[in-house]
Design a protein around this ligand. Structure first.
Ligand SMILES: Cc1cc2nc3c(=O)[nH]c(=O)nc-3n(C[C@H](O)[C@H](O)[C@H](O)COP(=O)(O)O)c2cc1C
Length: 363
């Protein structure tokens, strides 16, 4: 199967199938303490945020999704035009297709052309970096004149895909070289299984500026690959996906893991669907809330729909902040919250085990 066909499949299944959304992101276990008598005018609430040293009008990030097909080019152009107008950052999807097939570059370039002043995040896969070396990162950044680079790690997805990669050795060393040479901030992102404290420490140590957790509880690549495997008659792969359907760290737990690493910025993502959930991520210590699926659904309906979504998310975040008595994000981050249920159990057990970090990867 060609990269183009695979990309088309991904968008189609993601849009058509509700079951591509998996379980809970555990944000329901995060509770803020509401204020009944705050001294506040709701219209004064201000949500501008900084991330990677840059100013944005809101702490929302359009997660990397697409490119490599005609439809991908259209979606990238719509998202980038909206990102520029709304002044929020945006990622493109994995640029491998544009690197191995130069005639597909335009499907990623479409983002830069539609959003000349947008903050754009290039995207490559860890397995591809291992295979092709640092040059791949250069090409991805150059292709869209990117402001940052995201390297996605997606072990379980690659393993389930019949055509996927299985060689991940040497990644940290290469990623360290990328951080040293590339000249833009480097983000490492998951795609639905979250990032642990141990990995966040290793990534900070090699010079990564931010992690984007993409935890469990949002779009599930395990489920999407299960459906593709079934369509292709690969029952062995479908069964593998089924066995690992619950694999990963739920988003709320993963954010709490990653924010423990000093000097590392954290994007909370994975099943984030409204401004109240973004507010919870910020309280847990994230700099931004990232969303893929909600922006994809809006993008297929056009730029205005994406802008409407950003406005709606902004309104929901502002209302949450007002209800907690805060007029800006710095104040809001001081709001008291409590953790309950499984998230609390997770945090308590990990606090005990974090004292010994275990073996660290050798470079
Ligand atoms: C259709 C689609 C395509 C995606 N393609 C990529 C990709 O190429 N590279 C990547 O790093 N993440 C990719 N992702 C993962 C998202 O960036 C995000 O981390 C994940 O979907 C969780 O967000 P969500 O629950 O809001 O969808 C994709 C997601 C979707 C829905």
């Amino acid at each position: 199967m060609s990269i183009e066909e695979r990309k088309r499949d991904h968008i189609r299944i993601a849009l058509e199938s509700e079951s591509a959304q998996r379980g809970s992101n555990w944000l329901e276990y995060v509770h803020m303490i509401p204020r009944a008598v705050p001294d506040i005018n709701v219209n004064d609430v201000e949500i501008s945020a900084t991330f990677l040293g840059r100013w944005f009008s809101a702490p929302f990030l359009i997660e990397g999704m697409t490119g490599g097909t005609e439809e991908g080019a259209r979606i990238n152009a719509v998202l980038a035009a909206a990102a520029e107008r709304a002044r929020i950052p945006m990622g493109v999807g994995s640029q491998r297709a544009g690197i191995v097939r130069p005639e597909l570059r335009y499907t990623f370039r479409a983002a830069r052309e539609a959003g000349q002043g947008a903050f754009l995040i290039a995207n490559i896969g860890a397995a591809q970096l291992v295979k092709h070396g640092v040059g791949l990162a250069w090409e991805a950044v150059k292709m869209i004149e990117a402001d940052a680079l995201a390297i996605h790690v997606n072990l379980i997805q690659e393993i389930i895909q019949p055509e996927g990669d299985r060689e991940f050795r040497g990644f940290l060393k290469l990623a360290r070289d990328v951080c040293r040479e590339i000249g833009v901030p480097v983000i490492v992102k998951e795609v639905g299984c979250g990032i642990s404290y141990e990995d966040a420490v290793a990534l900070k140590n090699i010079g990564i500026s931010a992690v984007d957790v993409a935890g469990k509880g949002g779009t599930s690549w395990i489920e999407i690959e299960r459906m593709r495997a079934l369509d292709a008659g690969r029952h062995d792969r479908a069964r593998l996906a089924e066995v690992f359907t619950d694999w990963g760290i739920p988003t709320a737990a993963s954010v709490l893991e990653a924010v423990k690493v000093e000097g590392l910025e954290v994007v909370g993502s994975g099943g984030i669907r409204n401004g109240l959930e973004v507010a919870k991520l910020l309280l847990l210590g994230a700099s931004m809330g990232g969303m893929a699926m909600p922006f994809l659904r809006a993008a297929v309906r056009g730029v205005e729909e994406v802008e409407n979504l950003v406005r709606q998310l902004g309104e929901e975040l502002k209302v949450t902040m007002a209800l907690c008595g805060a007029t800006n994000l710095a104040e809001f981050k001081k709001t008291q919250y409590i953790l309950t249920g499984r998230l609390r159990e997770w945090v308590e057990q990990r606090a005990a085990s974090r004292l010994s970090l275990g073996p660290q990867p050798k470079l």
